[in-house]
Ligand binder design. Structure first.
Ligand SMILES: C[S@@+](CC[C@H](N)C(=O)[O-])C[C@H]1O[C@@H](n2cnc3c(N)ncnc32)[C@H](O)[C@@H]1O
Length: 440
């Protein structure tokens, strides 16, 4: 449709003293008539906004061109393949297979799928069944019940409302805003009423970061942690809510978070994914090993259950987050250089990771509460994560595994992460040189 606009410019430029000006003007009028006719036939009182999934270059005069992410107003749906739309006042046909109802922002956050999942009971059943998780929040609330009295609280992503209910029951704050974006919220309202806590808990359906209050709050409580701590990136909503609505001296629960990493053995996992292909029903399946390597080893194994003895060294923290100060920009990339001293002769199959969060006390005499999802603690629904190596390596007590861990937030798919692990083994006989800085 930019062509139409271009014509218009042409005529204006050639209007003065040009012998062809009348012909040009006539052409424009005809063109406009044709457009008006097409518009009126196609416009059926539809007024929806859709978004472009990808760039589109319109052909001829009646197709609109647009770029990925453009917002397009749909004015009519003349057939299944082509709709009639408008961008910045210019109208034309738009191909339906290039359109989505989700904005680019929503699309890359996968909000429909994400909040669709949280709208179902299954995931809340899993979280409520995770006793170490839920009891850690309960301990923080109970330990600080006195200090919570009369305070104002926001529960970011309240789900079934469990954290708000606990706060209301044990802490008696003056007001709790239980904010939830998924449809589970309809049930949350019923649960709050059923427990006679409607006077304290106000259930709000919407995005926490869009909540508007006249007064700031004393506490933000939220269970935002995902696989590898940051997956789902719900933490961003907590940070934005903090910046909008938390008092300067207010508290966040959790207050800090660490992601840990350790070299580990994982024989059962490795053989299940790789040695499996050595032989199947008496046949040599080893040609599939490189495929299996690509398919199974290049993604972390979620839901890995490890034992403390699988750790080949002491774990180190590779990501630390102070919830009071972390910024959204910092979530883009974390990097940590590590140097693990191996504690036993073993086969190393990869690295394992898990996280820990802490809840700061509100009073001087109260204890810090810790929720640790590592192998020395009761298993949670997060379990542990495993990064398998292509080939296991033999390592000996005293050797060093040195390298770096990088966690990137995906540039487009904003809830997703990428991990880059680089390492090398420093054998005992080369350690002396390595320790004095002359790398081998
Ligand atoms: C991990 S669940 C925790 C639910 C509940 N707090 C609990 O502990 O059982 C996270 C919840 O936050 C909601 N959520 C995620 N991002 C949100 C946002 N920006 N605004 C409001 N709710 C959000 C999800 O729909 C989900 O119900």
């Amino acid at each position: 449709m930019s062509i139409f606009y271009f014509f218009f410019l042409n005529v204006r430029m050639s209007f003065e003293g040009n012998k062809d000006s009348f012909v040009h003007e006539q052409h424009i009028i005809e063109e406009q008539d044709r457009m008006n006719h097409i518009s009126s036939t196609n416009e059926k009182e539809i007024n929806e906004i859709v978004y472009a999934l990808s760039n589109f270059k319109g052909v001829g005069q009646h197709q609109l061109s647009f770029v990925k992410g453009a917002a397009i107003r749909v004015l009519g749906k003349p057939d299944d393949n082509w709709w009639w739309g408008e961008i910045d006042g210019v109208k034309g046909y738009i191909p339906v297979n290039h359109l989505t109802y989700e904005s680019l922002q929503q699309m890359y956050w996968e909000d429909t799928e994400y909040f669709g999942n949280y709208g179902n009971l299954k995931i809340h059943h899993e979280m409520l069944s995770d006793r170490p998780r839920t009891l850690a929040y309960q301990s923080a609330i109970k330990n600080n019940a006195q200090q919570l009295r009369g305070k104002r609280v926001i529960d970011v992503g309240s789900g079934t409302g469990i954290l708000s209910l606990m706060c209301a029951k044990y802490g008696l704050p003056s007001q709790i805003y239980a904010v939830e974006a998924s449809d589970i919220v309809e049930h949350t309202k019923t649960i709050v009423e059923k427990n006679n806590l409607g006077e304290i808990i106000q259930v709000v359906h919407g995005y926490a970061e869009e909540l508007k209050l006249e007064e700031r709050v004393d506490l933000i409580i939220s269970e935002w942690m995902g696989t590898l701590l940051l997956f789902e990136m719900m933490i961003e909503s907590v940070i934005l809510t903090r910046d909008n609505l938390l008092k300067e001296k207010g508290t966040l629960w959790p207050s800090s978070a660490n992601l840990f990493l350790v070299p580990c053995s994982a024989h059962a996992q490795y053989s299940q994914k790789m040695e499996f292909w050595d032989s199947q029903f008496g046949f040599d399946f080893s040609p599939l090993k490189p495929v299996a390597q690509q398919e199974f080893l290049h993604k972390p194994v979620h839901n890995h259950e490890m034992k403390p003895e699988d750790c080949l060294s002491s774990p180190v923290s590779v990501v630390f987050i102070d919830m009071k100060t972390v910024t959204v920009a910092e979530l883009e990339h974390y990097m940590h250089h590590f140097s693990f001293q191996i504690q036993k002769d073993q086969v190393m199959h990869g690295f394992a990771s898990w996280f820990q969060v802490t809840f700061d006390p509100l009073g001087h005499n109260n204890d810090v509460v810790i929720l640790n999802t590592g192998p020395w603690h009761e298993l949670t629904h997060w379990k542990q994560n495993l990064f398998l190596l292509d080939e296991p390596i033999n390592i000996k007590e005293g050797e060093i595994i040195s390298g770096s861990f990088e966690l990137y937030r995906h540039e487009e798919w904003r809830r997703h992460l990428r991990v880059l692990l680089k390492f090398k083994k420093v054998p005992n006989e080369m350690k002396e040189n390595w320790e004095t800085g002359t790398e081998t």
